[in-house]
Design a binder for this molecule. Structure first.
Ligand code: CDP
Length: 232
């Protein structure tokens, strides 16, 4: 049975990673969270003093890119692969609102993108991969057999992310989360290198009024149809 590549792009907090994990599990595919890679680079930059609220030393970060190693290791208990930065599990650290506030500027840097895209293409070279992000269907895998573009209202997305952060025990306000969602959407969609746009051949999924189960059923059906078509 031939495997396909599934590219899931979309705005922040649209539930891409939730549905990508569900799909990968149902199809026996590998899930790669490309956003986690940009978050890990950002966490490295914060820790090493290359970015804070007053400055972003791009050149400093670029000079260190060869010293940043990002990998994923499957956690059987959690059922998905966690992200490691230079051998350290940073899965929890990279999900904070602080990292979210710095990640989009870091993701505008072409040298960062080139390095991560190269690694993402290696992860997907054997197909059988579900990858989510902003440029997966346009830049990383323009030949992906199935491309989905997820969207929902900013308020709905901020509410979902706010609930997630509260559940983790983070002290954040809904307004700060909404501001972050809107500001990342703006930076991600207007940057020069690989802006967030819907690929011409992507299928738009607006999940503002879909629950998780409805959304999963919908994208699973699309995936199964595509796999049947490729194997016919
Ligand atoms: O918060 P959410 O899960 O929606 O975002 P994410 O997938 O963790 O991605 C975090 C940030 O990384 C995005 O806001 C983008 O700035 C950047 N990113 C990117 O530029 N390209 C990708 N393929 C994935 C993420």
């Amino acid at each position: 049975m031939k495997k396909i590549t599934i590219a899931i792009d979309g705005f922040s907090s649209t539930g891409k990673s939730t549905v990508a994990k569900q799909l990968a599990k149902a199809l026996g595919y590998v899930y790669v969270d490309s956003g986690a890679m940009y978050r890990a680079v950002t966490f490295y930059a914060m820790r090493n003093g290359f970015i804070d609220k007053d400055c972003f030393d791009k050149e400093g970060l670029i000079s260190q890119l060869d010293n940043i190693n990002i990998s994923f290791k499957f956690n059987a208990e959690k059922g998905f692969a966690e992200v490691y930065l230079n051998g350290e599990n940073v899965e929890q650290d990279i999900r904070s609102l602080e990292v979210s506030n710095f990640v989009s500027p870091v993701a505008t840097v072409s040298q960062v993108r080139q390095q991560l895209v190269k690694q993402q293409q290696i992860f997907g070279k054997d197909k059988g991969v579900v990858m989510d992000g902003r440029d997966i269907g346009t830049v990383v895998f323009p030949e992906a057999e199935l491309k989905l573009f997820m969207t929902a209202s900013a308020e709905k997305r901020a509410q979902r992310r706010y609930d997630e952060l509260l559940e983790r025990g983070d002290e954040v306000s809904y307004d700060d989360v909404l501001n972050n969602v809107q500001s990342r959407d703006h930076i991600d969609s207007t940057r020069k290198d690989s802006p967030l746009t819907m690929a011409d051949d992507a299928i738009k999924v607006d999940n503002s009024s879909m629950n998780l189960e409805e959304q999963f059923k919908f994208v699973l059906k699309l995936s199964e149809e595509k796999i049947r078509e490729i194997n016919a």
